[in-house]
Ligand binder design. Structure first.
Ligand SMILES: [Zn+2]
Length: 199
């Protein structure tokens, strides 16, 4: 048996020499694990089957220069403390302005919210920043699209399920500058492009 190097496989894919199934693979984006950002251990909570994507912002102005890992750890510590008594950080993934993706709570565990809606089945994705005031960065948008395309393929979640917190609850989240990109179909269209089988 001949073992083929990834570069050769890519070349063959470009040349159309591989079966369609191989062409459909959506690459896994780099994800910073919980142990890498120093997460506290989660407490048990309700299980879920991921079925849709829901986008949030952190509502705190954030820049590329700030230390995202420390900020995320602070969100977790605050949320698991007296303020909210959540079982973990409430989001499944967090994306900083440099486009770095951080692993949040287990995808198979339901998210938690300080607003009133049924969070079961929602894949909760938080982009760090206050998008009522600032714009998401290009790196952040690219990472969010790549992440959702990969999860879509892994878990069979349709890309047209991409919505935001304010579609389900009374909140400004994810801020008007991020909401616009869901409303105008940018995220749904870009994620679908990555998951579409190559012709
Ligand atoms: Zn939110």
């Amino acid at each position: 048996m001949v073992i083929m190097k990834p570069a050769l496989l890519r070349l063959m894919a470009v040349l159309g020499l591989l079966a369609p199934a191989a062409l459909c693979a959506v690459p896994k984006p780099d994800i910073i694990t919980r142990s890498e950002w120093g997460a506290l251990e989660a407490r048990p909570y309700r299980e879920q089957t991921p079925a849709r994507f829901t986008i949030h912002h952190s509502a705190v102005h954030f820049t590329k220069e700030r230390d995202a890992a420390t900020h995320i750890k602070n969100i977790q510590t605050w949320g698991m403390g007296e303020a909210r008594n959540w079982t973990d950080i409430p989001y499944h993934f967090i994306i900083d302005p440099n486009g770095k993706i951080f692993e949040g709570r287990n995808l198979l565990v339901e998210g938690e919210s300080n607003t009133d809606y049924d969070t079961s089945g929602h894949v909760q994705i938080n982009l760090l920043g206050n998008f009522e005031e600032q714009e998401p960065t290009a790196e952040q948008l690219r990472a969010a699209v790549a992440l959702m395309a990969w999860l879509s393929r892994q878990h069979g979640i349709p890309t047209d399920t991409i919505k935001t917190h304010r579609d389900f609850a009374s909140t400004l989240c994810p801020g008007k500058n991020l909401y616009r990109l869901v409303e105008n179909g940018f995220f749904q269209k870009e994620a679908a492009k990555l998951t579409r089988p190559a012709k």
